[in-house]
Write a protein that binds this ligand. Structure first.
Ligand SMILES: [Zn+2]
Length: 282
């Protein structure tokens, strides 16, 4: 089974507008139009059995509405599975997390950069502990964000390690191989914390949207094959989950890049789906 643990879709009405806004912020190329239908077509073309959609709450107000949509999306089936969302300033965090678990949601997505709160802030720590309590996985954006150049140290490897020291038992997935463009620190500080990694938007190079923002091939470069494999082995392949960040990564191409690495067959089987299957209880 092949599972993509990190994808994005948007409701039909706002998909085009949202993808357009995000591509102009990140200056990178989207590979689908952001709709669920397009994700399903991409999965069929790539041979991916399940995709996990990870919605981000950019304000506290929208939390219950986004979560209602996630619960509804799960009822639609077709290999697409949605996590819920949470915002650090949402007052009803405690009961809302329980509601998600009761409705069969497997995890939540956090985005400390968009949410402008540090990952080791008490408002996040209480969410992490509550997720452990009600059995929700947590997938967090980690490291720098391509849409916020230069800024934003909200979810650095040091802050992730600090949050893990102060919480108890949460199953935490750190996106983008532990911390986007803070990979040396991720490699140094995170293996001993017990966190999982997803592989999204980390290997090779970004695909520019053609607006000329990135001046050189060097400015598009992400992890080298060598460091990618070294990180997998530092954490152990059983703690690494295949993800694409679709529409910001292309599913078939991302799969092909992973298969071309020097990982062993058992390592690859675990990364591409075995680990996610266990974590998600599929
Ligand atoms: Zn993402």
């Amino acid at each position: 089974m092949i599972v993509d643990i990190h994808t994005h879709t948007f409701p039909g009405k706002i998909a085009a507008r949202t993808v357009d806004k995000l591509q102009s912020m990140s200056h990178t190329h989207p590979f689908t139009d952001g709709t669920v239908q397009a994700l399903r077509e991409s999965m069929a073309a790539a041979g991916i059995d399940r995709s996990v959609v990870v919605p981000v709450a950019t304000n506290a107000r929208q939390v219950p509405r986004v979560n209602d949509a996630s619960i509804a999306l799960n009822e639609s089936g077709g290999g697409v599975l949605s996590f819920g969302c949470m915002h650090p300033d949402y007052d009803g965090w405690k009961s809302e997390l329980a509601r998600l678990a009761e409705n069969g949601i497997k995890g939540i997505k956090l985005h400390p950069v968009y949410q402008e709160v540090n990952f080791d802030d008490p408002r996040f720590l209480r969410i992490l502990d509550r997720c452990a309590e009600v059995g929700l996985l947590v997938l967090t954006h980690a490291g720098k964000d391509v849409g916020f150049p230069g800024a934003a140290d909200n979810v650095s490897p040091a802050r992730i390690a600090s949050a893990m020291r102060q919480t108890d038992g949460v199953a935490l997935i750190c996106a983008h191989m532990g911390s986007w463009r803070q990979w040396d620190d991720a490699e140094r500080l995170l293996p001993e914390t017990g966190v999982y990694l997803d592989t999204s938007f980390s290997l090779g190079a970004m695909t520019p949207n053609g607006d000329g923002y990135y001046p050189t091939p060097e400015s598009l470069r992400l992890l080298s094959d060598e460091q990618f494999v070294r990180i997998v082995r530092a954490f152990g392949a059983e703690r690494v989950l295949f993800g694409t960040d679709s529409p910001w990564g292309e599913q078939a191409d991302s799969l092909q890049k992973l298969r071309a690495l020097s990982l062993t067959d058992p390592e690859l089987t675990a990364v591409l789906g075995g680990n996610a299957q266990k974590l998600l209880g599929l």
